[in-house]
Design a protein around this ligand. Structure first.
Ligand code: THU
Length: 137
């Protein structure tokens, strides 16, 4: 992925940051997933009065991608209003690995403008997988 493409995906995620539902933590997160088809799917964190039921932005975006018939994410941008970019939590790493253990992760803080880019496989080495992600099913 080229730097220009990172910026594009960050800008897409930024457009959705305002939809984040985070009345409890006040930490707003939005994600934009780019697929091999060139489609983009969005997600935001959705908190709940029963705190543990909170859904992260990354998993919201994966649910949207799958709900729209796609299963091959190649990159995800995660933007936050925290001071520094945030990496996906452990649960989100596992959910991303289900569809692409090598996905490119672009993390960005709208507050500082800081961006960092990694491959999921660099930060999540041994995902639990029951099937190959190379298969079509
Ligand atoms: N959050 C995400 O959306 N993604 C992550 O990977 C880490 C945490 C959200 C969940 C919660 O609404 C807020 O950030 C504080 O934990």
């Amino acid at each position: 992925m080229q730097k220009m493409e990172y910026k594009f995906l960050i800008d897409e995620a930024k457009k959705h940051l305002r939809y984040s539902y985070a009345p409890y933590s006040n930490i707003h997160v939005a994600a934009a997933i780019l697929t091999d088809q060139g489609s983009i799917y969005y997600g935001v964190n959705v908190e709940n009065s029963s705190y543990g039921l909170t859904i992260c932005a990354e998993r919201s975006a994966v649910a949207s991608m799958v709900s729209n018939g796609e299963r091959k994410p190649i990159a995800i941008a995660i933007v936050t209003d925290l001071e520094h970019p945030i990496p996906p939590c452990g649960a989100c790493r596992q959910v991303l690995a289900e569809f692409n253990p090598e996905i490119t992760i672009v993390m960005h803080s709208v507050k500082s403008g800081e961006t960092s880019v990694v491959k999921l496989s660099d930060i999540f080495k041994n995902p639990f997988l029951l099937r190959s992600t190379k298969k079509e099913d």
